[in-house]
Design a protein around this ligand. Structure first.
Ligand code: GLN
Length: 205
């Protein structure tokens, strides 16, 4: 929220005007899906950036107010099953479709694709790097940020994107980060590196 406060100074009778700008940043509250996988690392990063966080394990947790959602890395098949068992699948899908900002890393990217929650116009290829190259580290360009560290763990990549999707990063010709409106996905894990810029990017979507 921004507002201007103006008043007249009568100190030397010149009635000069002062404008003071106050920026009052409301603390964002980020829900983190914590059914399985690497949710604690996201919690840490978002708190470092000044956001409040709460973990989602069931429908009660989901009812709490939130400004955005993080779907972490882990095992997409397990997460999908627990999400359905806990009756979270439909409410999460609906909230994202209605505009709730969401950030999916790795398995989270898979869950947002057209074969799972289906909120993003992307086709993910699971375990895309095969067994040999399953996990690796590299540094590459992220559009709007610059060069960032990228840690891949049995990662997917995005095989194809549809309308409305902006490609944000590619590694060796494969799409590894993309955005569609307020939905952000990365095939890699910024929560495992010390760099905060991708999380910051998400908070500013
Ligand atoms: N291989 C996992 C899957 O297919 C994703 C790995 C990860 O999230 N680090 O769901």
């Amino acid at each position: 929220m921004k507002f201007n406060l103006s008043w007249k100074s009568e100190e030397n009778n010149d009635y000069s005007l002062f404008n003071i700008h106050y920026s009052i940043a409301k603390r964002m509250n980020i829900a983190i899906l914590a059914l399985q996988g690497a949710f604690a690392e996201h919690e840490q990063k978002l708190q470092q950036l000044g956001a409040e966080t709460h973990l989602i394990r069931n429908l009660d947790d989901w009812q709490k107010p939130k400004d955005a959602l993080v779907i972490p890395g882990g095992e997409s098949t397990a997460m999908m099953k627990i999400m359905k068992d806990e009756k979270l699948f439909e409410p999460i899908k609906k909230a994202i479709e209605e505009g709730l900002p969401v950030y999916g890393t790795c398995a989270g990217l898979i869950l947002l694709d057209d074969e799972h929650l289906g909120t993003m116009n992307i086709k993910a290829k699971r375990n895309a790097y095969g067994r040999q190259l399953g996990s690796f580290f590299t540094t590459d360009t992220f559009k709007g940020i610059g060069s960032i560290p990228m840690t891949f763990i049995r990662a997917p990549y995005i095989e194809s994107v549809g309308e409305g999707v902006e490609v944000l990063a590619e590694v060796d010709g494969h799409i590894v980060a993309a955005r569609q409106g307020k939905q952000l996905v990365t095939a890699f894990h910024p929560e495992l590196d010390s760099d905060l810029r991708v999380h910051e990017y998400f908070l500013n979507l």
